[in-house]
Design a protein around this ligand. Structure first.
Ligand SMILES: Nc1nc2c(c(=O)[nH]1)N[C@H]1C(S)=C(S)[C@@H](COP(=O)(O)O)O[C@H]1N2
Ligand SMILES: [Mo]
Length: 310
């Protein structure tokens, strides 16, 4: 499969042509270094994103190659096969883009994506992503804790959960023409999960803005939960009092619970969750409790029956 598409389409849409070509030339001259500091974030769709490595979030495992991360995707808005998003998301428009944060908050706000990119310093964090289908990846994500955003809107005492709503436009997202899921894609977290320092509001991977097939332009990554909890292409974040019902809970309530913490001891009704295949590897690995993040997150579920609250 191909690596990331050249940024020609997205970038030329959001910047004057002259600027686009001037930037390319400049990049060739400088090797692309330190440009992010010189140009506004909006110029960077499809390009480099400046960040600093967070040394706390590295892993003793090899990174999944970029070409696999960007060509093996679950993004049902662009079709249900793993290869489909890379092939059909190319023209997806990710500018202009806003994220509305509303509900049980004192200061609801509509954030422009370029404003969001500057809300807090971008960190590079290497996380495992474990899909409920028993494959996994290791990806260097770029983002900052979702808590930074939530703090800005000042949740009220009634904010017990956070709901994420993905983009909905069947014209741009052909997968939404078929009723495989209830559209728009919806997910949710308990507020303490959403505020947990591991929960990353993510705008990039491998040093670049998110490619379209990996949830451009903004997603969450919740590394101790099955991949489907990490909603892509988010347009709305709602703080609510009642536990939200996710698209996957509607699709299969016995198979996809609200918590969906990675747990090798609780099998999916149709398959085991004890092992996983790391993309690019042949032999299966043992799946780790909470995907290897137990030290950080087990406390969130103290006293809960994880067989019931799957
Ligand atoms: N909006 C939306 N978000 C989504 C999905 C989706 O189909 N639509 N798939 C989920 C699933 S099942 C997984 S495993 C991850 C995959 O992320 P990746 O393609 O970046 O590996 O995204 C999750 N987020
Ligand atoms: Mo998944």
């Amino acid at each position: 499969m191909k690596t990331i598409k050249p940024p020609v389409i997205t970038s030329s849409e959001i910047t004057p042509r002259e600027l686009f070509y001037a930037r390319r030339k400049f990049m060739q001259m400088t090797g692309g270094a330190s440009l992010a500091a010189l140009l506004p974030a909006s110029v960077w769709a499809g390009d480099k994103l400046a960040s600093s490595k967070n040394p706390h979030y590295t892993l003793p495992e090899e990174l999944t190659p970029l070409k696999d991360v960007t060509s093996y995707n679950n993004f049902y808005e662009f079709g249900t096969s793993k290869e489909s998003p890379a092939k059909t998301a190319g023209n997806f428009k990710t500018r202009p883009w806003t994220v509305t944060v509303e509900g049980e908050v004192k200061k609801p706000k509509v954030f422009d994506i370029d404003e969001l990119l500057k809300l807090a310093p971008l960190e590079e964090r290497i996380y495992r992503l474990r899909c409920v289908e028993a494959w996994s990846m290791v990806v260097p994500w770029l983002g900052f804790p979702l808590a930074e955003l939530i703090k800005q809107v000042e949740p009220t005492g009634n904010a017990k959960y956070v709901e994420f709503v993905s983009f909905h436009d069947p014209e741009q997202m052909p997968g939404q023409k078929s009723p495989v899921l209830e559209w728009p894609y919806r997910e949710g977290l308990r507020i303490d999960e959403a505020m947990h320092p591991l929960t990353l509001l993510t705008m990039g991977l491998y040093g670049e803005v998110l490619p379209n097939q990996n949830d451009a332009p903004i997603r969450v990554v919740v590394p101790w939960k099955y991949g489907f909890k990490s909603a892509k292409s988010i347009v709305k974040i709602r703080l609510v009092e009642k536990q939200p019902v996710s698209s996957w809970m509607l699709a299969g309530p016995k198979e996809y619970g609200f918590y969906s913490n990675v747990n090798p001891n609780v099998d999916h009704p149709r398959w085991s969750q004890a092992k996983e295949r790391r993309i690019g590897e042949f032999l299966k690995r043992n799946t780790l409790m909470f995907n290897g993040y137990a030290e950080e997150v087990a406390q969130l579920y103290a006293g809960m029956d994880l067989n019931q609250n799957f």
